[in-house]
Design a protein. Structure first.
Length: 267
């Protein structure tokens, strides 16, 4: 009889001890690492936003010129992933009635970043890739890949701040007369983005990024302010800085761009 009564008590006691130890271990992990055992989630999941940007300038008469800037920006949120897609096209040409038009800018750039959400809210692992074809930088084209740590430091009704940093590699194909200027190799990429929303619908965005390599460091800063015109249509003012430490002799290290464009939000 003692054996029949004693065994269930041992099993129940073991279960209690196991549960208590598991709960204590869970509490210890939460205390040491500030971990949350629920997936990182945003307010609206799934969510997909897509907006297009277009700016056009055409001159005729004594000076004949045309300028086009177009961009597409998409943001996709799921339970486990936060993804950002971007593509931009810039084209400029100018001349006079007696001369042919000369192309002064021809650039295509596209990028994508995929953040995998960890259990702790706001903390993520990212993968990034971009491709650029600019006819006035001394390169035929170049591309970058990077991966590492990403974190959304905060997000509330008014503002949001996020950053990412990690190692990567850049692939560059230089023009024929700039074969010595091949700065491909291992890089460290870092980026940060701040957004602020006013109750009126106006938005401020500040984005900075840098890709530091052994021979060259490429940095970009974009400041933009947009205000709703009506419905899904907005007016956007942008100021962009691009800087490189190692460029051909006939290419300036710092280039700036100021633009005004219409932005339409499709989704």
């Amino acid at each position: 009889m003692f054996r029949k009564i004693f065994r269930p008590r041992v099993v129940v006691g073991a279960i209690c001890i196991g549960v208590c130890l598991s709960a204590n271990a869970r509490d210890l992990i939460e205390t040491l690492y500030h971990a949350d055992f629920t997936p990182d989630a945003d307010d609206e999941i799934p969510r997909f936003t897509l907006d297009g940007e277009l700016g056009v300038l055409i001159n005729t008469g004594n000076t004949s010129a045309a300028s086009v800037k177009a961009a597409v920006n998409a943001d996709h949120e799921t339970e486990n992933w936060s993804s950002i897609y971007f593509a931009e096209l810039l084209y400029k040409e100018s001349g006079t009635p007696t001369t042919e038009r000369d192309i002064s800018a021809q650039r295509f750039f596209t990028s994508a970043q995929f953040d995998y959400k960890l259990l702790t809210p706001g903390r993520r692992l990212f993968m990034y890739g971009d491709y650029e074809d600019d006819q006035f930088t001394g390169y035929e084209h170049r591309a970058s890949l990077a991966a590492g740590w990403s974190q959304r430091v905060w997000r509330n009704e008014d503002s949001e701040f996020r950053y990412s940093v990690g190692p990567g590699y850049t692939f560059i194909e230089a023009e024929e007369d700039n074969e010595s200027l091949v700065n491909d190799g291992i890089i460290v990429r870092a980026s940060a983005e701040y957004k602020y929303h006013w109750s009126s619908g106006a938005k401020l965005r500040q984005f900075v990024s840098t890709e530091a390599g052994e021979e060259n460091t490429k940095s970009r800063s974009e400041t933009s302010l947009s205000a709703n015109v009506f419905g899904s249509l907005a007016m956007k003012l942008s100021f962009i800085l691009n800087h490189e430490t190692d460029t051909p002799e006939d290419v300036a290290a710092l280039s700036t761009e100021t633009s005004v464009a219409l932005v339409y939000q499709f989704f």
